[in-house]
Design a protein around this ligand. Structure first.
Ligand code: F6P
Length: 558
């Protein structure tokens, strides 16, 4: 802990006792009393001023319940906790993951080959590029058909078996880059519910299928169970039990060579990474192997360069012009000073359908903590709840609550100038324009609404006027990019990764461990013995679990 800078390093835990925090608390009622209509009326320049461009991303944060003064106070808070030093500690490879005594270096995964970074005596950039080189050689062979299955046929389908960070990232990016995919088809199996594996394998041919077993630890129950079932499926279909068949159809991505070997995968067919890459920060490591197989190593390099561009922005820009800092602080402003519970992410891009699910792990597994890095209970709320769906589907589902509900949910809208698949009709015009007109309309209506007077002036039945009032004053960020490219999806991921960091550092928590997922895993192991053995006493120490176990055993005939 001693080597960590800033507020966390100082041993101070109570963020609410800082001067900037108290200034923000005193300032909040003033902003609360203002409608965004008024905020824009008194400060008409904010629509163009409260924007920031990073890489290909144009980010408008003017429709937030913040005044220029609010932003100044938030920046003071960031300075008071020593955010810049903490950020530098992360980039330098200091062990800021204190509970696991690890560096946090996902940013090193996207450093260009010529960069230099030595951590704990190891040349990190060299190691990263060595693995990228091996991934490139392997995926070139897959994509060209040079890599043959056991019966001599080229691979047409890759099945990534992994869960959490070993699934969500590659699955989300593969879908987002659908238009760049010119290699084998990719499929993603994560759930220990056999329906996932069975449903995926139903249409696949064992002779032309390759499995990527992706697990940082190579101990994860879901992944190892699915991997063993996939191996049985493959060997049964091929009518063989030779190690050659496994070697030609299974590769691994892991930090744990011993376990990979114990599973029966030749470690020559293993792509490694390091304990300084957290699972939810690993899509740009070898965990992205299936993405590289689909789009090729050059596109994958563009993907990494997108991350790096935002890393450099985050590392070097003053806080006031720093996109992840601004957006992270605004998220914290709502969480802690407005008691807003969640943030909704709304990509106006069907190809980004899994983006919210991806962000759920990134943000909530990182910042869902209630003790500080020092192990004391936090003095304030942490951890925004992330959720979302692509527009326009969400508009016909939950936007009613966003517009007129009693809860206010800040939203992130993401949209593109160019469509991946536009359809243009002579009379109806471009479907993509139709999509984006919805994006702009929603952010406008959320912010400015429609008053009872405006509605009554349209001659609406007086009984209905109250129901039609659109209160507005609901905040949103608009993120626009020219098109959804490999670089842009990398930029977007890095934009959120660094927001998580900003919030976590101010809350004084450790965003890089995840102890909260462990107890459920060990209890599931114990309960497996109880639910499968009719002789075992169901005694779990509580009458609810006992009763549920009895019910389940009865219905399973045990
Ligand atoms: O259980 C949570 C978790 O540890 C995540 O942090 C991680 O991404 C996921 O499980 C999968 O872990 P692994 O890659 O080690 O299989």
């Amino acid at each position: 802990m001693s080597e960590v800078s800033g507020f966390i390093g100082s041993g101070n835990d109570d963020i609410t006792a800082t001067q900037s925090w108290q200034a923000l608390a005193a300032h909040q009622p003033h902003v609360y009393a203002m409608h965004l209509r008024e905020v824009f009326a008194v400060d008409p320049g904010r629509g163009s001023d409260l924007t920031v461009d990073v890489g290909d991303l144009h980010i408008d944060y003017s429709k937030h319940r913040v005044l220029r003064e609010t932003l100044e106070l938030l920046m003071s808070l960031a300075r008071e906790v020593g955010l810049e030093d903490l950020r530098d500690d992360m980039f330098a490879g200091k062990h800021i993951n204190t509970s696991e005594d690890r560096a946090v270096l996902h940013t090193a995964l996207r450093l260009p080959a010529g960069a230099r970074l030595s951590v704990d005596g190891q040349d990190v950039v060299h190691d990263v590029h060595q693995v990228l080189g091996a991934m490139g050689e392997f995926t070139d062979r897959l994509r060209s058909g040079d890599w043959k299955g056991h019966t001599g046929k080229p691979i047409t389908d890759v099945v990534n078996i992994g869960i959490g960070g070993s699934d969500l990232g590659p699955a989300m990016v593969y879908q987002a880059l659908r238009h760049y995919a010119d290699g084998p088809r990719c499929h993603f199996v994560s759930n220990v519910d056999p329906a996932d594996l069975v449903g995926t394998l139903a249409d696949l041919d064992a002779e032309t299928t390759l499995f990527v077993i992706a697990s940082k630890t190579f101990t994860t129950l879901e992944t190892l169970t699915n991997a063993a079932a996939a191996r049985t499926w493959l060997l049964t279909r091929l009518g063989t039990d030779t190690t050659d068949a496994v070697a030609k159809h299974f590769v691994a991505v892991s930090t744990n060579a011993d376990k990979v070997s114990a599973f029966g995968i030749d470690t020559h067919n293993m792509f490694g990474f390091w304990d300084w890459v957290g699972g939810r920060y690993s899509v740009d490591s070898a965990i992205g192997l299936s993405v590289m197989a689909a789009v090729g190593k050059d596109r994958f390099a563009e993907f990494l360069s997108g991350f790096h561009l935002v890393d450099e922005h985050f590392r070097t820009q003053p806080l006031e012009q720093n996109a992840p800092v601004i957006l992270g602080l605004i998220g914290l402003w709502y969480t802690n000073f407005w008691d807003m519970q969640s943030r909704v992410v709304l990509p106006y891009s069907n190809d980004m359908a899994r983006f919210a699910a991806y962000l759920q792990q990134l943000t909530m597994e990182s910042n869902g903590k209630s003790v500080t890095a020092h192990g004391h209970h936090v003095a304030t709320d942490t951890g925004e709840i992330f959720w979302g769906e692509p527009g326009t589907n969400g508009q016909h589902a939950f936007y009613q609550l966003l517009h007129q509900g009693t809860r206010i949910v800040p939203s992130d809208f993401i949209g593109f100038a160019e469509s991946t698949d536009d359809i243009v009709d002579d009379t109806a015009g471009s479907m993509h324009d139709l999509l984006m007109s919805n994006f702009f309309a929603q952010t406008k209506v959320l912010a400015f609404g429609k008053t009872a007077d405006e509605i009554a002036a349209e001659g609406v039945d007086p009984h209905v006027v109250a129901h039609k009032v659109m209160p507005g004053n609901r905040p949103s960020t608009s993120i626009l990019a020219p098109e959804l490219t490999p670089s842009v999806i990398g930029q977007l991921i890095a934009l959120y990764e660094h927001q998580v960091f900003v919030e976590g550092m101010i809350w004084g928590i450790n965003p890089f461990d995840q102890w909260g997922v462990e107890l459920g895993k060990t209890q599931a192991k114990e309960l497996l013995g109880v639910i499968t053995d009719s002789e075992a006493p169901p005694a779990q120490g509580d009458s609810s679990t006992d009763d549920l176990v009895r019910w389940y055993r009865t219905h399973r005939g045990r």
